[in-house]
Design a protein around this ligand. Sequence first.
Ligand SMILES: *Cc1c(COP(=O)(O)O)cnc(C)c1O
Length: 390
Amino acid sequence: MTQDQLIHRYDAVMMNAFGAPKRVFARGEGVHVWDADGRRYTDLLSGIAVLALGHANPAVTRAITDQLHQLGHVSNFFASEPQIRLAERLAALTGAAETRVFFANSGTEANEAAFKITRLTRRTRIIAMEGSFHGRTMGALALTSSEKYRAPFEPLPGDVTFVPFGDAPALAAAVDETVAAVILETVQGENGVVPVPAGFLAEARRITREAGALLWIDEVQTGMGRSGEYLAHRADGIVADLVTLAKGLGNGFPIGACLASGPAAGLITPGLHGTTFGGNPVAAAAGNAVLDQLEGGVLENARAVGAWLADAIRELGHPKIAEVRGRGLLLGVVLTEDIAPRVADAALEAGWIINAPRPGVLRVAPPLISTREDLEGFVAVLPGLLDAHG
Ligand SMILES: *Cc1c(COP(=O)(O)O)cnc(C)c1O
């Protein structure tokens, strides 16, 4: 069946949540995917910062398959060894003396778990950042700043105040002893790959500690090696109370995690939260397989190739490129004009998958296993794509 026929069927049956799909994909391997007509693309978006190890990664596929043959699901009345092992490995990343883990199936669900934990402090106010994105369920949406996403669904769970991202005096003014938590991202991916300004995380840590509020870092997009670190905020030397993870954790197998440390670690007790699928052995096996490879050199690759790619795009010196920002292999190419959606469409036509999280920003987030050779072609075509549009 051709791609046009499949898109026609999609349009007739799928809820129109995402607009018309730009392609229907049939197969993937490493940094490449093939559409239903057999055309090959290089995936520089990784399913939105998900496929850290690329498509159809053999070790992840093997781990999932073996686990599925052995034990696929048990419910949370019971436990499994892969789940326990993954929790131990994630807890070891936080830098805290004690971390407790709750597994979910997505980023927004990891954030719901953390949101509920903040309510158990007996305080209710939450301070979130302008430009934030934390997910689409009602709780996570309440913490997401975009008016367009929020307005149709109000009233949302209340008591959320937004402050400018990176503005320490504004944060200090907003945080008092009524505040349960401050939530922020280390890089605002959906806002156009905006990294947190230097020093802000340390200030946020100091301000929250002094007020007895929790510091909650949403690492759903930046975590698990995307930034070149296991957890991006650890590069700033701080320890958070709540850390949420999802996108890269299962290399495409759905899994999320909420890591609660210090004063947040013991707040969930039986009956207060739950999930049917979260932490199932197959998802945990995927997470363990991802961690195995991050430990085996993939993290270093993300750092080195990310630094090279950012420099290579900067060195183009193209007049429509204002700036290249981000961390590791989560890069935003900031343009001087709002032509990013058209440039992303043209890139797709040329066989390169990127996206435009903002009208003036291209997001480039290739698999963490990408080599320079995989990406050189994109750097070479980018000036032509920019010249042809706007
Ligand atoms: C994608 C994302 C989410 C939501 O994750 P889903 O798996 O889509 O629910 C939350 N926070 C951040 C920072 C994200 O990038």
